[in-house]
Design a protein around this ligand. Sequence first.
Ligand code: PDD
Length: 285
Amino acid sequence: MWAWVNGEFVRRDQPGIRLEDRGLTFADGLFEVLRTVGGKVLFWDEHLARIRRSARFLGIAFPFTDQKLAAEALELIRRNDVTDGELYLELTRGADPYRQHKYPPSGTEPTLFMLSFPLRTIDAVNWERGATLLTYPDLRHRLCEHKTINLLANVLAKNYAYERGGYEALMCREDARGSYITEGGSSNYFCCRGGRLLTPEIDNIMPGITRAGVIDHARRAGIEVVERRLYLNEFLGADEAFLTSTVSKVMPIRAVDYTTFPAPGPVTRRLMDAFEELIHQELAR
Ligand code: PDD
């Protein structure tokens, strides 16, 4: 397998990344996961805009133009012969020989690398009959609007769910009113109550590309979408619910802990079809 590191194609077992890279020592970096279909990359502009926005926020230079990087991404997919799969892109603040918290001297090159993977295996039953979720406390920091590579709390949450036969964790925070939902270990959440879609507002959660696509489509189709703090008891009392992510697309939710939902519900079904159509249009561009 090949990897792409800072402008070079390298064998995946001989990466050109230094052990002092701040991505390894401080999780000082960002990532994106993109879906590849038929040798094309979906929603490239949206993913690049998100990582560039966060790189600016963190003061990490983004060393390539989108066009150059897009061409390299396609070449990586071609070399690895992974037409349908996932493209992983990671940007870090680069190698710092002294492992000091202080930002490295100006002129330190950031590290940017891409990997391509075959699509992770997801049992189709999750789309057909809905996914099972387990609630878990949101143990994360205050930088969750940025796709940072600091994913330990997400890993703990997801593995808590996996070990109990679940597909995803539904992470929750607390305020004076009670427990409110944030997002999954790697997905965003929606529920439908009385024909209206409700989803947590972007308040220290990931502004998902799939989430944005679904909201945009729903509004254009005349479905009211409300983005606000969403309490767990409201979510559990919903008519139907679903999650969204690059790899899960729109996936119905069958159960959260001991509460069950009809899955897929009619609105979810409609949005699942609409999202497939959006992918279709994207591939035809
Ligand atoms: N995860 N929330 C979190 C915490 C995520 O990590 C992700 C994506 C999402 C959904 O965002 P998008 O629709 O842009 O994929 C929400 C990727 C898929 C991953 O870590 O594999």
